[in-house]
Design a protein around this ligand. Sequence first.
Ligand SMILES: Cc1cc2nc3c(=O)[nH]c(=O)nc-3n(C[C@H](O)[C@H](O)[C@H](O)COP(=O)(O)O)c2cc1C
Ligand SMILES: Nc1ncnc2c1ncn2[C@@H]1O[C@H](COP(=O)(O)OP(=O)(O)OP(=O)(O)O)[C@@H](O)[C@H]1O
Length: 143
Amino acid sequence: MTRVVAQGTFDILHPGHAHYLADAADMGDELHVIVARSVNVTHKEPPVVPDEQRREMVSALKPVDKAHLGHSEDIFVPIERIEPDIIALGYDQHHDDDQLEAALSARGIDCEVRRASPLEAHASDRLLSTGDIIDRILDERSE
Ligand SMILES: Cc1cc2nc3c(=O)[nH]c(=O)nc-3n(C[C@H](O)[C@H](O)[C@H](O)COP(=O)(O)O)c2cc1C
Ligand SMILES: Nc1ncnc2c1ncn2[C@@H]1O[C@H](COP(=O)(O)OP(=O)(O)OP(=O)(O)O)[C@@H](O)[C@H]1O
C-alpha cells in the first residue's frame, strides 16, 4: 500500500487545491495531508482561517484520507509518524526537491519526493490561488 503525503497552508480553498490533492492521491493508495500551522507560514502572509478549521476543511475533501495539523517546530515529526512512500510537493511549493530528499535520507527516511502539476486557468473568471481570492475580496468588499 503506497502512502502519499501532501502539505500546504490551505487558507481559503479553491480548485487548485482540489487538483493538487487529486494529483497527489493518484500517486498512491492513501493520501495524508499535513496542514501548516499559522506560526510556520513565514514565506507569505499568514492564513486568515484558524489552524484547526483549515485542517477540518482539507479533511472533508474527497481525495484526502487523513488531514493532520503540522508540528509546531519540526516538519519531520509528522513524516516520521506517517512514514510516507511519496511526498508530493505542490507545483509551486517553495521547497527544493533535492534538499528535501537529502534531509529525508539524513534522517533515514526512505521516501520519494515528487511534484504535482498545476491547474491552469481555462476561464479568466476562475480564482485559482488564495491570494487572488483575497485580492478579489479586498477589491469588492472594502469601503
Ligand atoms: C515534507 C513536509 C512536511 C511539513 N511538515 C510541516 C509541519 O509539521 N508543520 C508545519 O507547520 N508545516 C509543515 N510543512 C510546511 C508547510 O506545509 C508548507 O511547506 C508551507 O505551508 C508552504 O506551503 P504553501 O505555501 O504551498 O501553502 C511541511 C512541508 C513539507 C514539504
Ligand atoms: N492552481 C493550482 N494548481 C495546482 N496546485 C495548486 C494551485 N494553487 C495552489 N496549489 C497547491 O496547493 C498547495 C497549497 O497551496 P497554498 O495553500 O499556499 O495555496 P495558494 O493558493 O498557493 O496560496 P497563495 O495564493 O497564498 O500562495 C501548494 O502545494 C500549491 O502548490
